[in-house]
Every structure is written in C-alpha cells, then in structure tokens.
Design a protein around this ligand. Structure first.
Ligand SMILES: Nc1ncnc2c1ncn2[C@@H]1O[C@H](COP(=O)(O)OP(=O)(O)OP(=O)(O)O)[C@@H](O)[C@H]1O
Length: 243
C-alpha cells in the first residue's frame, strides 16, 4: 500500500481518520469548508502549524511518517511526497527564474533534470528564463506541477489546485494532472467540486466536521450516496447540470 492512514487525529479538528491509497490510485477528498481536509493533507505531509499535533499513524510504503524528524521529512518532501496548493505563488520564489525553480527538487534530492524537459512536459516550452510574475496563474500552477512531479513522487496531494483559476484554465490543469501523473503515483485530490472528483478520481472520501462519514467508489458515492450529508452535497452541486 502506498499510503496508509490509521486513526489520524489533529487535536480535535480531525478525528480518527483512516483510509488507504494504493499505487496508481486516485482518491478524492470532499467536504465543506472547515471540515478538516487541508489539515488531513498537512498532517500527512508533516506540515501542520506548530500549535497543532497529529496522532495515529500515517505510513508511506510501510514507513511511519508521524514522529519523523524535520530532516527526514524534508528528505521525503519534493521526492516521495509532493503537494500542490491552491495558490501557486505560495510555492514559487518570486525572485528566481522558472527554469531554476523546476530543477530545484531534483538538485535537493541528487537528481539532474533539464529545466526545458520539465517545462515542456507541462506545456510551457521556452519559459525557463521567465520569472513567476511574467506568467499567468494557470502557467504558474503548471510550473508548480512540474516541480511536484519532477522526482515522480509516490504520493501527490493536490489541495484545491484549480480553485483560484478561471474555468477554461481549470480544465487544462485537471487534464494535465491526469496525463502527467506517473502511472504508479498515488493521488489524494482535495476539492469541493464534485464534477472534478467525477473526472479525476476513482474513489472518494467524504469529510464532515473532522471525520470521514462516507467512502466508496466515485460512481457509488455520487450516484447512491449513503450518508445524508453526501446527499446534501450532491443536491447542492450542479453535477447533473454539467453532465
Ligand atoms: N492553526 C489552526 N489552529 C486552530 N484551528 C485551526 C487551525 N488551522 C485550521 N483550523 C481549523 O480546523 C478546521 C479544519 O480546517 P481545514 O483547513 O482542514 O478545513 P478544510 O476542509 O480544508 O476547509 P477549506 O475547504 O476551507 O480549505 C477549521 O475549523 C479551521 O478553522
């Protein structure tokens, strides 16, 4: 199993969360704002703010991550573990050329990549000498994806990666995630958009008030939701209208 989360709690904000993601599996995590999706992701990455504490177990290929030293965690991040956030500028250095930024994760982890190759793979040939402010929001998110995927992570976590982008660009980024993620990588995709889950994920977890209240195949959960909260989420979405 690539990722195994067992009884994960973050203070009392996330409670007793358990799920697994196998190699190549794409799993959605949905739920309303404040339900604990981001804290779950940050706990897996070892990036919780100092005042919060995770308990339970998070293991990657059988190796326990909770309690690892910052040094060991930073060795995993950008290599085995990668994360893409909603706002690409949070992951980019405004004063560094794009080409150098995309090769940085490789350099840190002792691998050499050509910036041009990484950028071409995300549809941005010829941009290596640009600075982030010279790119559009969608192009910046492509750069972040190029960085996240450079070392072919075992697990990629995307936290609302398209929410800050306009609709046409959202579709391009989603299709890029689907096509450029290595076949063996596990994906945890956080979104509030059920149409996105339907297009990207084969399984989905539904979070409410810090707990997972429903889990199953995307088809099952979106067509025959068991939990009342999932039914409400579906009723409130325009998923049918977009089909
Ligand atoms: N550093 C913190 N200290 C205390 N409470 C926090 C902290 N960070 C987040 N919370 C609270 O934890 C709960 C879960 O937050 P989280 O960001 O995981 O929600 P979310 O489901 O990702 O929401 P969104 O979709 O808005 O990002 C919220 O009630 C939030 O206010």
């Amino acid at each position: 199993m690539t990722l195994s989360v067992r009884g994960l709690s973050v203070n009392s904000l996330v409670r007793d969360v358990s799920f697994e993601i196998g190699a190549g599996e794409r799993v959605g995590l949905i739920g309303e704002s404040g339900s604990g999706k981001s804290l779950t992701a940050l706990a897996i990455m070892g990036l919780l703010p100092e005042e919060l504490r995770a308990s339970g177990s998070v293991s990657l290929h059988g190796r326990e991550l909770l309690g690892l030293s910052e040094k060991d965690l930073s060795r995993l991040r950008g290599d085995e573990l990668a994360m893409v956030f909603q706002e690409p500028m949070t992951a980019l250095n405004p004063a560094m050329r794009i080409g150098r930024q995309v090769t940085e994760p490789g350099r840190i982890h002792g691998r050499r990549h050509r910036a041009e190759d990484l950028l071409a793979a995300v549809g941005l040939p010829g941009t290596a000498r640009a600075y982030p402010h010279q790119l559009s929001g969608g192009q910046r998110q492509r750069v972040v994806l190029a960085m996240a995927l450079a070392n072919e992570p075992s697990l990629l976590i995307c936290d609302e990666p398209t929410t800050a982008l306009d609709v046409t660009v959202q579709a391009q980024i989603l299709s890029l995630i689907k096509t450029s993620l290595p076949a063996e990588s596990a994906l945890l995709f956080i979104t509030h958009d059920l149409a996105v889950v339907a297009s990207v994920c084969e399984r989905v977890l539904v979070m409410l008030d810090g707990e997972i209240v429903e889990a199953g195949s995307t088809r099952e959960v979106l067509t025959q939701p068991k939990h009342e909260y999932t039914r409400k989420l579906l009723a409130a979405s325009d998923l049918e209208a977009r089909r």
